[in-house]
Design a protein around this ligand. Sequence first.
Ligand SMILES: C[S@@+](CC[C@H](N)C(=O)[O-])C[C@H]1O[C@@H](n2cnc3c(N)ncnc32)[C@H](O)[C@@H]1O
Length: 248
Amino acid sequence: MTVNPESAQFGFRPTDATEKPGLVDRVFTSVASKYDLMNDLMSMGIHRLWKNRFVRRIAPTPGKAYLDVAGGTGDIARRLARRGAGSVTVCDPSAEMVACGAARAVDAGLPRITWALGRAEALPFPDATFDVLTIAFGLRNVTRIDDALAEFARVLRPGGRAWVLEFTPVERPVLKQAYDAYAFDVLPRLGALVARDSESYQYLAESIRAFPSRAALAARMEAAGFSGVAHEAWSAGIVAVHTGLKAL
Ligand SMILES: C[S@@+](CC[C@H](N)C(=O)[O-])C[C@H]1O[C@@H](n2cnc3c(N)ncnc32)[C@H](O)[C@@H]1O
């Protein structure tokens, strides 16, 4: 599947590919200070279990260099660092999210995480820099997913592995109804109440529904040069993990 490079979607709204990054940035600038609290409220804490399980699956080791793309306030980076990753770098375009994350890392006694500003589609790192790349709840915000996947392959060393954790469109009919009611009715109201921003949380719900299916994302990872691509659904298909190896 290819994407017209000139068109993009901001949630359900068709938009120009040049316009989407600014719209997404506005969402995260707006919610940064309430982002962690909102995640806990919206998911009733379950996002922590998904992130713990994701990092356990990755099984970080001291000899390897880890890059967390769209790392936001550092939830994955802190878990990688605590579980023994050799070095951890976060890359995210939002200065506000990164500032919150850097402060949290210092509070958590993990000051050695490195923070960089940058987009997944043009990562500010040389070729073959990292052994492992992670992106959690980030890929659906990216305007040009295929460019980002190509960048993931570029910055990984041969034999390196990419891991993607993302919401996926729910397929089971009964669950889909309940999930949509929650995502489209409850989340924007919660956003209005806690973060004083219902639109950003409306975008969240829409961006989940507009994201490619698991099979489609796997095919796009293969097209970007990953081999042995595998995916697994968690929590009745609400989220999924995709992984693939950069060829040796
Ligand atoms: C939902 S947050 C996820 C943060 C973190 N990974 C987590 O799991 O809590 C999405 C993040 O994607 C970032 N983002 C938006 N557009 C991006 C892009 N084009 N490339 C990389 N990151 C992007 C946002 O700034 C935001 O921090």
